[in-house]
Write a protein that binds this ligand. Structure first.
Ligand SMILES: *Cc1c(COP(=O)(O)O)cnc(C)c1O
Length: 369
C-alpha cells in the first residue's frame, strides 16, 4: 500500500490539528486544590473546535474565557446542545488518569445523533481531552483529595431562528478542580407533578434541554425539606426512574440474601458510566442484581415487612450518594443508617479506590494521560 492511500484509509489522518495558545499567566497561584468547592474556579485553558461545511476545522487549546457568539444561534434559541461530564484523578505516583473517557465519547455521539448533530470522531474527542488535561495538569488536585472535573460541551452556532437541523457547531471542553466531594445521606421527594423523561423523549441522552425543566421539581423538593427529587416514569407515574441527576439503586432482602434492584435502560434512564461501573463491581462481589422496573409501592411494601436495606444514587460528581429517605404522598420511607449499608459503602469505596489508582484497575477503566 502506498503512503498516500494509507493516509486516506486512516481516519485519524483526517483529524484536525490542535493548536496551542498558552495563557499569559496561571490563575492557580493561591488556590488550595484540596479545598475548592465544585464549579467555583476554572482551569487556565479550554479546548475549542469548530465544525462547518461538513468538516471539523480549526481546533485550539487557548486561555479559558468568554466566547463571542451571536444571540440568534440555535444552541440558545432551541437548546441544540449536548454535554458530558467525567473526571481525571491524580494517582499515588503523581500521574493522572481519566475514568472511562471512551464511554463519554460514545455517549456524546448518541446525544448528538438524537439532536440531529454530526458525530465527533472518537479519536478526536479523546485527543482533545488528553491535550487539554495535559495542558492544565497542574490543576489536578493531589491524590488524597478531589479530582479534576471535565465538561465537554457540543452545540450549534447556526445563526438562524429557523427550526431545522443545524449545520455549524462548536465543540468546547473546559475543566475545573474540586476538593473531596462528600455528601451526607440525602432525603428525596417523589414528585407526581413533574416528569423528567418519557418513552420516545430524550431521557436516555444528555442534551442541555433536559435540565432546566427539572429545576421546578427541585424547588418542590426543597420546599418539602428534601435535597433532591425522586423521578417516576412518565407514563404510569408508578415506577422509580432516577434520583435528581443520578441513577438509582435499591437493595432489598428477600430471604436469599440481598438483591440490588435498579431500573432498566429502556429509554427513559440515562445510561450512567458510574451506574455501569457500580453494576460491574456488584456483580464482581457476587451479589444478585435485578435490572427491572421498581414501583414506589413495592418500596413501601418492602419497608412495611422490614426487607428494605439500602438506597443510593450514582453519578460522576458524587460517585455514590446514600439516600436517607424517600417522601411519598406524605409518608416518609426511612432507610437504615449508613453504618448498616455494606453494599453502597463497598461500591463507593471500590469505585474511588480504582479511580485513584489505589487498587488494581482490573476492569481497564483508567486512561492514563
Ligand atoms: C449524567 C447523568 C447521570 C450520571 O451519569 P454518569 O455517567 O454516571 O455521570 C445520571 N442521570 C442523569 C439524568 C444524568 O444526566
Amino acid at each position: 500500500m502506498s503512503e498516500t492511500s494509507m493516509a486516506k484509509s486512516d481516519p485519524a489522518a483526517t483529524l484536525p490539528r490542535i493548536d496551542f495558545e498558552p495563557s499569559a499567566a496561571t490563575r492557580l497561584d493561591g488556590v488550595d486544590l484540596s479545598d475548592v468547592p465544585f464549579s467555583s474556579i476554572f482551569s487556565d485553558h479550554m479546548f475549542v473546535a469548530e465544525y462547518r461545511d461538513g468538516a471539523w476545522g480549526q481546533a485550539v487549546v487557548r486561555p479559558y474565557g468568554p466566547l463571542a457568539l451571536p444571540p440568534n444561534i440555535s444552541a440558545l434559541q432551541y437548546a441544540v446542545s449536548v454535554f458530558e461530564g467525567l473526571k481525571a484523578q491524580r494517582l499515588p505516583d503523581g500521574q493522572v488518569a481519566m475514568f472511562r473517557p471512551s464511554e463519554n465519547a460514545k455517549r456524546i455521539n448518541r446525544s448528538a445523533a438524537r439532536m440531529s448533530m454530526p458525530p465527533i470522531p472518537e479519536e478526536f474527542f479523546m485527543a482533545a481531552l488528553r491535550t487539554l488535561v495535559r495542558t492544565d495538569l497542574a490543576w489536578v488536585p493531589p491524590a488524597e483529595c478531589g479530582a479534576l472535573y471535565i465538561r465537554p460541551t457540543y452545540f450549534s452556532i447556526d445563526p438562524s431562528v429557523r427550526v431545522k437541523p443545524a449545520e455549524s457547531f462548536l465543540f468546547v471542553i473546559f475543566t475545573f478542580p474540586f476538593g473531596a466531594y462528600y455528601s451526607a445521606p440525602v432525603d428525596a421527594l417523589v414528585t407526581e407533578r413533574y416528569v423528567r423523561a418519557f418513552p420516545g423523549g430524550t431521557g436516555d441522552v444528555k442534551p442541555a434541554g433536559n435540565y432546566a425543566p427539572a429545576l421546578a421539581a427541585d424547588l418542590e423538593a426543597k420546599e418539602a425539606g428534601c435535597a433532591t427529587v425522586m423521578w417516576l416514569d412518565g407514563v404510569q407515574r408508578k415506577y422509580i426512574d432516577e434520583c435528581g441527576v443520578m441513577n438509582v439503586f435499591i437493595v432489598l432482602e428477600d430471604g436469599d440474601g440481598p438483591c440490588v434492584v435498579t431500573p432498566p435502560l429502556a429509554g427513559t434512564i440515562l445510561p450512567g458510566v458510574t451506574r455501569d461501573s457500580a453494576l460491574a463491581l456488584i456483580r464482581d462481589m457476587g451479589i444478585r442484581i435485578e435490572e427491572r422496573p421498581i414501583a414506589v409501592e413495592e418500596v413501601l411494601a418492602a419497608n412495611s415487612v422490614g426487607s428494605l436495606r439500602e438506597c443510593f444514587g450514582t453519578g460522576t460528581a458524587a460517585t455514590l450518594s446514600h439516600i436517607r429517605s424517600i417522601q411519598y404522598r406524605g409518608e416518609t420511607i426511612l432507610f437504615p443508617s449508613t453504618e448498616e449499608r455494606p453494599i453502597g459503602t463497598a461500591v463507593r469505596d471500590r469505585l474511588i479506590a480504582i479511580a485513584k489508582g489505589l487498587s488494581p484497575d482490573t476492569f481497564g477503566w483508567l486512561e492514563h494521560i
